[in-house]
Write a protein that binds this ligand. Sequence first.
Ligand SMILES: *Cc1c(COP(=O)(O)O)cnc(C)c1O
Length: 231
Amino acid sequence: MTLDMDKSSHKIGLAANIAMVRERLKKACLEAGRPLEEITLTAVSKTQALEKIEQALELGLNVFGENKVQEAASKWPMLRKTHKNIELRLIGPLQTNKAKQALDLFDVIETLDREKLAAALAKEIVKGAPSIPLLVQVNTGEEPQKSGIAPREAIDFAKHCQQHYGLNVVGLMCIPPANESPSPHFALLAKLARRAGLREISMGMSGDYDIAAQLGATHVRIGSAIFGERI
Ligand SMILES: *Cc1c(COP(=O)(O)O)cnc(C)c1O
């Protein structure tokens, strides 16, 4: 009884959070003169309990982001048995030895960030793994500790991945430096994507997704604003 009440109150909280995020996105789109349908809400479910993710699925979310292959492998094959039309996106760093597992598990990989990984993915695809859409991660702040391609190399790298490796590169993603205004980083990523002719622009998290939406994001990656603080 108590457990059930607890569950349904969580679901109500989750529904309210999702409604709030949608409302803010709608407002940002209105201000920017963009149709809301241009923006996909990726719910970042890393570290969240299965039960919460199931509630999010029941509430109609169907695009999810995970940052670790292992963790995603422990949750999503099971969830996919009971829920159809899920799109699962890898948003964290990928080791080359997990390339095949990631291609089999995810629908999109957003973190193509180095030549060695492009080669590893291409090798697995040639051997029969699915050629899923990929995004190139751009290190817009050129932070030494952060993965991603430098902005001045991003367009050439994306082309190289398409032409040399035959990879299905469809977009760019970035994680701006934590202690800076994100706007110049979002604007830069959108400009690079336009120049490269790439349709997907993944940028914006719980703290700044409305700014990202205004600056051209096609995918915003939202964790804590939907699920609450991570455990
Ligand atoms: C965790 C994570 C997010 C979501 O972060 P929130 O601030 O909780 O919305 C988005 N993108 C990436 C790459 C992440 O690792």
